[in-house]
Ligand binder design. Structure first.
Ligand code: SF4
Ligand code: SF4
Length: 84
């Protein structure tokens, strides 16, 4: 892996909308990769480590505020695929 000089990561990685995030920490507790951490400070919010995220989508499904999304798989994009 190291001899290649680069590492391939999934195109679908999670990210959170800071305006919607309520800092509950659920995403941090459910991520099997340990890729999400809550920021510290007065109003904590989730921060995704793009190098660790494997794009499983668990945090997106568990987020109660809809702040977390998976690149290329927003609610709008999924609905557009299923609508005829
Ligand atoms: S998509 Fe999966 S691996 Fe990535 S941050 Fe969310 S729970 Fe963790
Ligand atoms: S689960 Fe959603 S609202 Fe809670 S900290 Fe994570 S992104 Fe923010």
């Amino acid at each position: 892996m190291l001899s290649a000089g680069f590492v391939l990561t999934p195109a679908q990685i999670a990210s959170s909308d800071l305006e919607q995030c309520i800092g509950c920490g659920i995403c941090e507790s459910v991520c099997p990769q340990g890729a999400v951490k809550l920021s510290t400070g007065e109003s904590p919010h989730s921060v995704v480590d793009a190098n660790s995220c494997r794009g499983c989508g668990i945090c997106v499904a568990e987020c109660p505020s809809g702040a977390m999304s998976l690149g290329g798989f927003s609610d709008e994009e999924i609905l557009a695929e299923v609508m005829v």
